[in-house]
Design a protein around this ligand. Structure first.
Ligand code: ADP
Ligand code: MG
Length: 290
């Protein structure tokens, strides 16, 4: 590989919105056998809206206020959807204690109550029984929507679901990657049923769901053993370790700073087709070299 052709290649990449932070990433792409995608914010737009809010107790007025108050401190798109929804009806409260649990949810204290908002996995970890889930949650799961649970003082009190549209460019990208002979997979912290539904819609056949950040790393390592060299595409804090583990890490440019810092390549376009163009560019660049 001559330094000049790499420089020309990375320059062309920049023109189309693909920033190669190291020239070596352009070379490495040529050897990749598979591409692994995060779901939320990567294959989907990452701009969820709250679809439905359900409480266990019909008279419950406080769960929404407490949950949304806590989520004011979170940067997660789901949190934003809840806050937007709640704000229309309730003034929100100060947060006394807050911790974000990457890929799981948030935990803290509001108005003297212990508040927990997040995934099924998060509830399990805190021994919150989901048997009393509001009527309707099962339907969400069947339909591929993600339930987010709310527990106050150790009891499940409410659940909500958000919908996050798939990026228009996702399906065509997966098709063109398959045409290039690349394998594809999705690795997500989201619920299995939701993940499978989205994977089906975009044409990805391998899904690893309900994993935390280190679970994403495990999945990347396993796929490296099965496939060889892999690219990981992600946007979130919970993707950073996986981006660093993959042979080439692609971060969505509008994603979190930690993801961008852990990646070799940054995508400045919201059209996912640039991923495919990056492979094409790598091929052309390497061909010019040999
Ligand atoms: P992905 O791996 O697909 O990008 P996320 O990082 O968005 O998934 O997180 C996985 C799951 O963790 C979400 O589907 C949601 O259930 C839960 N979660 C993470 N952060 C929050 C939050 N601030 N509020 C509620 N749920 C959250
Ligand atoms: Mg994400």
């Amino acid at each position: 590989a001559t330094p000049t052709s790499i420089m020309v290649g990375t320059g062309r990449g920049a023109d189309m919105g693909v920033l190669f932070r190291q020239g070596s990433a352009l070379q490495a792409l040529q050897q990749a056998n598979g591409v692994i995608f995060d779901k939320t914010g990567t294959l989907t737009k990452g701009e969820p809206e709250l679809d439905q809010w359900l409480t266990v107790d019909a008279d419950d007025k406080q769960s929404l206020r407490l949950a949304a108050s806590l989520e004011q401190r979170s940067e997660h798109p789901t949190a934003e959807a809840l806050v937007d929804f709640a704000k229309q009806e309730h003034p929100l409260s100060e947060v006394d204690k807050f911790e974000a649990l990457s890929g799981l949810g948030v935990i803290g204290q509001v108005e003297g109550h212990d508040v927990l908002v997040g995934s099924k996995t998060l509830m399990k970890e805190h021994d919150i029984g989901l048997q009393k889930s509001p009527d309707g949650v099962d339907k969400w799961i069947e339909n591929g929507l993600t339930p987010i649970y709310v527990a106050i003082d150790g009891q499940l009190t409410a659940a909500f679901c958000v919908s996050d549209p798939i990026r228009d460019s996702a399906k065509a990208l997966i098709q063109s990657l398959h045409q290039r002979g690349l394998k594809t997979a999705m690795v997500t912290g989201d619920a299995e049923s939701t993940a499978k539904r989205i994977a089906e819609q975009v044409g990805i056949d391998k899904v690893v769901a309900e994993v935390k950040p280190d679970g994403k790393v495990d999945a990347v390592q396993q796929l490296q053993q099965q496939w060889g060299k892999v690219v990981f595409v992600g946007d979130g804090i919970n993707d950073a370790p996986a981006l660093a583990t993959a042979d080439v890490g692609f971060a969505i440019g509008t994603g979190t700073d930690v993801a961008i810092e852990s990646a070799n390549v940054v995508l400045m376009s919201d059209n996912l087709n640039v991923v495919q163009q990056a492979f094409a560019l790598s091929k052309v660049t390497m061909r010019n070299i040999s």
